[in-house]
Design a protein around this ligand. Sequence first.
Ligand SMILES: NC(=O)c1ccc[n+]([C@@H]2O[C@H](COP(=O)([O-])OP(=O)(O)OC[C@H]3O[C@@H](n4cnc5c(N)ncnc54)[C@H](O)[C@@H]3O)[C@@H](O)[C@H]2O)c1
Ligand SMILES: [Zn+2]
Length: 281
Amino acid sequence: MVARDLTTDLTALAELVAGGGVLALTGAGLSTDSGIPDYRGADGKRRFQPMTAQELLASPAARRRYWARSYVGWPRFAAAEPNDGHRAVAALQHAGLVGPVITQNVDGLHQAAGARNVVELHGSLTHVVCMHCGERYERSTVDAWLQLANPDFDRSADGPLRPDGDVAIAESLIGGFRLVHCVVCGSDLLKPDVVMFGESVPKPLVEHCFAQVHAARAVLVLGSSLAVMSGYRFIRRAVREHIPVAVVTHGWTRATDEEVSVRVDAPLGETLTALAAALTG
Ligand SMILES: NC(=O)c1ccc[n+]([C@@H]2O[C@H](COP(=O)([O-])OP(=O)(O)OC[C@H]3O[C@@H](n4cnc5c(N)ncnc54)[C@H](O)[C@@H]3O)[C@@H](O)[C@H]2O)c1
Ligand SMILES: [Zn+2]
């Protein structure tokens, strides 16, 4: 395999995006500069084990564990702000070069940076859903209930924020955490309104995204290992439809060199800022 030259690849990237009609497919790597860690990192290996939906629903003990850790992480996750990469995507979109954004992120930072037409493939941590009756709540509402139910719980643990928006806390704290209940049906089967591991993206949403791929002139992957099929399938579809794919991500991706026309292994913030400056003047 011939090693690719970075300068050439940036030029190739700029040429591809300059033609417009670009669909952006983004992942956790775009939000690491905002303080939200990714799952995999450059070697493609998963660094931690997220809780599955099945585990969450299986027992009150699992739900106490999930919600106690998430309760500690939420103020930090909610305070995360968009970074240069998100701003550059919005600028490219406003300039008419990037069209829809399909994001695997659940942090709302594309929209906070001013992007429009964003599909949240895996939902958003800003909402909570009752798995018993389907009622949906704002996360801020559920957070207020949790505060009322846990007035003495110390949420200032200083461990690092983890990719799911939670913080690892002492096991001894978890047992005393009090769950809150759906006000419609009384169940404690509350789940963040995101596609957790073990769940799949709703079919109509997948079809909508396939249509966006079909309508695109090029697909631009930003900060995703593409390890999860829910994002990688759009690359497969693009390749099948002879739509060029560019990837800007550090390290390994599931997409092969045969599938990718342009690959840039460089920091997203700087790379996208330079790209937006070059193309939007
Ligand atoms: N911010 C979030 O909302 C968030 C965070 C973590 C995980 N998740 C969820 O986990 C899944 C993870 O899959 P994924 O493919 O999105 O992420 P991933 O963790 O599998 O891959 C992230 C990729 O981005 C690269 N990267 C990280 N920082 C970078 C930077 N500054 N510049 C260039 N590259 C950088 C990493 O090397 C890695 O290849 C998603 O489905 C998502 O739902 C979401
Ligand atoms: Zn309910």
